[in-house]
Every structure is written in C-alpha cells, then in structure tokens.
Design a protein around this ligand. Sequence first.
Ligand code: MD3
Ligand code: FE
Length: 215
Amino acid sequence: MDLFDNIVENEPRNVQLAPGAVLLTGFARSFETPLLAAASSVVECAPFRHLVTPGGHRMSVAMTSCGTAGWVSDRTGYRYTAIDPETRQPWPPMPDAFVDLALRAADKAGYANFRPDACLINRYGPGAKLSLHQDKDELDFNAPIVSVSLGLPATFLFGGLNRNDKTARYRLAHGDVVVWGGPVRLAYHGVLPLADGYHPLLGSQRINLTFRKTR
Ligand code: MD3
Ligand code: FE
C-alpha cells in the first residue's frame, strides 16, 4: 500500500451495509471532543453499571442512559424507564451535542427529523461482548437507531430477522456512525469480545452511543 492508497482509504465514506443500514465512516470524528465531554457529564450523574439479564447473568458491558427514557434490565425483564433505578433520579437530559450528532447522521442516511428520546451509552473493556440480540423494547420501529463508536475498534456482528440467519462481520472504528432503519431495524446483531489495545483518547475502552426513539 502506498501513501495515496492510505489517503483514499481514510476518506469518509457512506457505505450501504444492507437496505436501510448506512455506515458513515469517521462521521463523528470531528465531534469527538464535545461528544466525550458530554458523555462524561452524563456518567457523573448516572454512573456506568453492569446490568443483570432476566436469566441472571451480569452483563460484561457497562451501561448507562440519558434522555427522557433509559434502558434497564434486571431479573424481571428489559424495559425503558423515566427514572434511573440506581440513583432514583430522572436520567440526565440528552446533551445538545448528542441530539445534534444523531439528527445530522440520520439526515445524511435519509431519515429526516430524527428525534431520539433515549441514548444508551455502552462501555466495553477488554473481553466485553454483546451477545446476538434484537432491539425491540422501543414502541416505534419506523424510527431508525443511530450508533456511534468511540475508542478501540470492535467487530460487529450483523445478522437477519431470524436468530439463525447467517451473520456478516464489520469492523467499527473510532468515529464510525451507523444508521439502522427500515428493513434492518429488527435485525439480530451483537459485538465480539473486545480485543485489548490502546486508544489515545479512551485508553483500553470502547464507548458506543445508541440513539433511539422509544415511544
Ligand atoms: C442493528 N449496541 O446497545 S451498535 C445496543 O456496539 C447495541 O454497543 C452495540 O447493540 C454496541 O443495543 C451495537 C449497532 C446497532 C445498534 C442497534 C441496532 C446495530 C443495530 C438495531 C438494529 C439493527
Ligand atoms: Fe442492540
């Protein structure tokens, strides 16, 4: 690979992964500083926690939320709540930098006027993974989900509408944004165990933001 190849490969691209799924490579890179500052302020009010699944397993990914709804799991099931059960306070409001980025990314992918009411923040350390699942706790499947990857790269698994459908693998790197809507909104997806590494801004972590319209 010569220098020219490298420049071309690092150019931001819009890639259609499947009908309804658009990868905007590097889209969030120019917003990394305000996004990470906003994420830190959310985490100060609503700390990361390892939720327990209905099956009783502690999730390896640490999570928190902001917006008027936050995602919660415990022995009784999964749901969105207005109150953070840990702090017993409303979830922190969604920072302007978050709303702005989600709206712009959705717009670029062809989904005008995206107004998320929840943002889940996932923190992966080395070895953390997310098993294959569907996001179906939201009430409005017409709205897309916008995901933003920050920090260490991860291998993302993207399947079909049935758990047993064949999965494709995509590498998601710092600043990559994916908009998931239309036919893939209910597709199975997951994240392979995070490989150890070092990112200049985030150290040995990956942070993923997912913006959702839950109602
Ligand atoms: C495809 N997060 O929070 S983001 C999740 O990297 C979640 O932390 C992963 O899955 C992460 O629920 C993946 C990409 C993503 C998010 C939602 C989707 C892909 C999706 C919904 C439908 C189809
Ligand atoms: Fe998901």
